[in-house]
Write a protein that binds this ligand. Sequence first.
Ligand code: SF4
Ligand code: SF4
Length: 204
Amino acid sequence: MIITSAKSFEVILALLKNEDNMFVIGCNVCAAKLRTGGEPEVLEMCRKLEESGKQVVGWALPTAACSIRSFESLVDKNEKIIDACCILVMACGSGVSSVANVVGVPVYGSNDTISLGSLSGGKLISNQCVMCGDCIIGEFGGICPKAQCSKGLLNGPCGGNVDGMCEIDRLKDCAWTLIYERLKKIERLDLLYNIHTPQEHGFK
Ligand code: SF4
Ligand code: SF4
């Protein structure tokens, strides 16, 4: 899941200051779950834009804003998009790019894209993967130190954690404490003896 947070309406309005006749596109996957681009948020955005004097020609809610087949597929959702002078996408940066690839008018994004995370066990967890392109998460019991350790350490903790919390961010669990507990639980502490070689800045 891509974690997004909604920009304030004032910021969005400033982005759109020279635009009118807009079409709003949401995303029925990540943004809908996070309430940054599902149907209620899209309808609320349309209402606020109109109250602010902007004309909204229509809206659409594709299954995933990051997977838009063609302009025609958007027309199938709502043909009013043909009249749009600009498009506001309520999704992550990938969703905005996906829409921009198939339309010929300016495209804006209403959200800030924060990280690749998850909704797991009813809890929102951010920064679960930094998309390094060389996945070794299985060697850490399913918890990625590249993403979750503040120092990206691959060969054990820095020694600075206090009561299981990270020395860099005291509000965050030390990733290596979590990794140790997980490996212990699944009886794979032997994986801690694997030595990982230095990486190009940690990521490919
Ligand atoms: S090793 Fe970590 S950052 Fe790299 S792809 Fe796997 S989960 Fe993502
Ligand atoms: S305290 Fe834990 S999570 Fe924080 S930098 Fe050190 S090893 Fe990484």
